[in-house]
Design a protein around this ligand. Sequence first.
Ligand code: NAD
Length: 290
Amino acid sequence: MTFTLPTDLHTRPVAIVGAGTLGRRIALMFTTRGGTVRIYDPVPAAGRAAQAYVEQNATDTAARIEGGKPGTATATTDLVEALAGAWLVIEAVPERLELKKRVFAELDAAADADAILASNSSSYPTSRFIDRVTRPERVLNMHFYMPPRQSAVDLMSSGRTDRAVLDLLLAELPHYGVFPFEAHRESTGFIFNRVWAAIKRESLSVVSEGVSTPQDIDAMWRINTGLPAGPFRAMDIVGLDVVLNIENHYAAENPALPAGPRELLKRYIDAGHLGVKTGRGFYDDYAEQD
Ligand code: NAD
């Protein structure tokens, strides 16, 4: 089946499926040209919170983008209503493969025939969930980091994605203050996450081998890069359990990766020190969260 690219992009909405941490931030970026974003989430409170987040941040975010103007976001618990007329649908539901498969089948059935369907999944290539999709040419990974602050985006073909879909997004996304980079072949972790994983892994190795401490590595990082936080502070913020899950995922694919980084993380996790969320991780200067 051939795929016809969407047209009239600037008068059609973008739809975001899943209104959590990332969904609301992605929604915010697509309001920055003055248009409408629809947010679908089956949990009404999540949709409301996402809408409020966009309202609070739309003006400032649009002001940072050349030619930007704040638009609006509307949340709904009705998927068909959310998708109607949308030229681009971005899925940001929890990271469970079965759920992604089900959601993509639903999106494929309910979205306009020319709508592009993208997944924000951090770890699953879309090749893993197009088996129930009738038009796989329109499906791809569009992986955001933490917009609006970290607004680079990985684009990755499923292997069956129409080349024109990638080219359209590479040209169009910068208008929304989103900066796309294409992974030229399937890659777990896409582009920047793989580089960052290597930095975390080597930092953990240096500590697990007794060569240095988290505090000294972060101090050297700050001095030499000029960045405000080093890898250990960053891992504490993400959560050491999440960091371990990510590293386990890479290790499952590449058994040659060293075990030391995972063992060090596990020692902290076993002691209940998960980072900011438990009040202590590599650092112990966080107030305990309730
Ligand atoms: P989250 O748990 O904060 O939000 C998920 C939302 O999806 C919730 O509001 C939930 O109610 C909703 N949801 C559940 N089932 C749904 C369904 N069937 N249809 C629509 N919505 C549904 O999750 P998150 O951290 O925003 O992560 C979402 C996706 O983004 C994951 O695939 C994750 O890998 C990816 N991602 C997350 C981050 C991050 O730092 N959190 C970064 C990049 C990518």
